[in-house]
Design a protein around this ligand. Structure first.
Ligand code: ARG
Length: 476
């Protein structure tokens, strides 16, 4: 993806030079830069050219233009594509957008036949087409990137499969869980994200071309042929909707916002976990930075930036929703404002995915530390309550007994499991010597119901996750 801003470096062409080429540009004035989109919509050049070649082919098949004109249009567009790729294309901001730049260049290259390309088409259905083609492509990339992240999570889960760590609620140590269970929680989140991107792809996969400016076109075009040429599953049913609909962009951005939210939550955990206070993980050197004055620092900047960049992706989504909310049918120029935020979201999500796919495999779990914390006092209080339930005590009563016991231990600063049996029995005569069998590992193993953290359940969940990755490859 090409993020360079080249707009400022391109000299404005004098209006006379533009007019001499026979191109009509409306309202060239000192304010014309306001309407220019070429510095960002040129990203869509491959989609625009593919759409134009298919359109020209269709026009010739239908006898609307000649085969020779269609062939020379396709040949000229091919050359333009190479010029753009070689960075030799003469971009001209006075021509406003991508479509006009390409059409003007085509005219330079092949002469008057270029003027026949826009038969039965408007920039309104053209840009709708480009955006749908682009969305379809980036969805594939995002899904395959998310699959890589899932693979990395699975790798970590397998590497540290038996390790028990503290699980938290309210960021207070709550109950022991397997580290693998924790990693698989994120696997699930990304699994849902992939589902949402798949949905977005399905709705983007509809051909808008043939809608014209808004009402359809007065030529015997073949939209089904176009759909097949461009790999769409179907054609849009209503021309007015097709030229003004950007729901699929909103869907992409909403799915991205959720995906970034998941990355942000994971980032927050990595940041906390890699602090001296927690000391749960060490991030690979290349994903941390030192401080300019404090030599001991290993700052988790990549995770922090992912958390920070989540905000701008939310902002992009709100920006587009706000742009769309007051638009009457059909096309309005406001729709041009769909692109910058969308591209920003695409780039932000894309790079975040790449960072996580590379950062996670190098993360080291401090197994001894997390296991020792998982076995600490308060972590097993629920298990002791469950122990009493096993001896016939009603749960509420058992909970009350354990509350009193925990307070007792806190006041005396003793580890719950170091309490002598006689002291236990002051709180309930149901306590017996087997109370000392309760450990973090036993606690986790006891949660042996579907979705629970028992090692057997986690092993099944890992197998299932692996199967999902095998069956889907890099796709949805
Ligand atoms: N640059 C425009 C956009 O992105 C292309 C469509 C222009 N259509 C028009 N009627 N001015 O929306």
């Amino acid at each position: 993806m090409d993020g360079r801003c080249f707009f400022a470096s391109i000299p404005q062409q004098p209006l006379s030079a533009v007019l001499a080429r026979g191109i009509v540009v409306c309202c060239m004035s000192q304010f014309s830069a306001y309407t220019v989109s070429i510095h960002y919509d040129r990203r869509l050049y491959r989609q625009d050219i593919a759409g134009s070649i298919a359109h020209a082919r269709m026009l010739a098949r239908q006898g609307i233009i000649s085969d020779e004109d269609s062939a020379s249009i396709a040949e000229g567009l091919g050359r333009i594509q190479l010029e753009i790729q070689a960075d030799e294309f003469p971009w001209d901001p006075s021509l406003e957008d991508l479509h006009m730049n390409i059409e003007r260049r085509l005219h330079d290259l092949i002469g008057p036949a270029a003027g026949r390309l826009h038969t039965g088409r408007s920039r309104n259905d053209q840009i709708a087409l480009d955006m749908r083609l682009y969305t379809r492509e980036v969805v594939e990339e995002v899904i395959s990137g998310l699959r890589q992240v899932q693979r990395a999570l699975l790798g970590l889960a397998r590497r540290y499969q038996p390790v028990v760590m503290p699980g938290y609620t309210h960021l207070q140590r709550a109950q022991p869980v397997l580290f693998a269970h924790h990693m698989l929680a994120y696997f699930e989140m990304f699994q849902r994200d992939i589902g949402r991107f798949g949905d977005c792809r399905r709705r983007a996969d509809v051909l808008p071309l043939g809608s014209g400016a808004l009402a359809g076109v007065p030529y015997p075009t073949d939209r089904e042929f176009l759909a097949k040429e461009l790999g769409f599953s179907g054609i849009s049913a209503n021309s007015m909707d097709a030229v003004s609909d950007r729901d699929f962009v909103v869907e992409f951005m909403a799915a991205s916002a959720l995906g970034m939210m998941h990355f942000s939550r994971m980032s927050e955990e990595l940041i906390i976990w890699s602090s001296g206070e927690f000391g749960f993980v060490r991030l690979a050197e290349e994903f941390t930075t030192g401080s300019s004055i404090m030599p001991q620092k290993r700052n988790p900047d990549f995770a922090e930036l992912a958390r920070g960049k989540t905000g701008r992706v939310y902002g992009d989504l709100m920006g587009l929703l706000t742009t769309l909310k007051g638009l009457p049918l059909t096309y309005n120029r406001d729709l041009q404002e769909d692109k910058e935020g969308f591209f920003d979201t695409v780039d932000t999500l894309h790079t975040t995915i790449q960072v996580f796919a590379a950062m996670l495999p190098g993360m080291e779990l401090q197994s001894e530390r997390v296991e020792s914390l998982a076995g600490e006092s308060g972590m097993l209080a629920t298990d002791l309550a469950d122990y009493l339930v096993g001896k016939g005590v009603p749960f509420r009563e058992a909970h009350g007994i354990m509350r009193a016991l925990c307070r007792h231990c806190d006041e005396r600063e003793i580890h719950l499991l170091h309490l002598p049996l006689a002291e236990y029995r002051e709180f309930s005569t149901h306590f017996a010597a087997d109370v000392y069998d309760i450990t973090a590992a036993a606690s986790a193993a006891a949660r042996d119901n579907p979705g629970g953290t028992a090692p057997s359940r986690v092993a099944q969940a890992l197998d299932l996750a692996e199967q999902i990755l095998e069956e889907t490859g890099n796709g949805a």
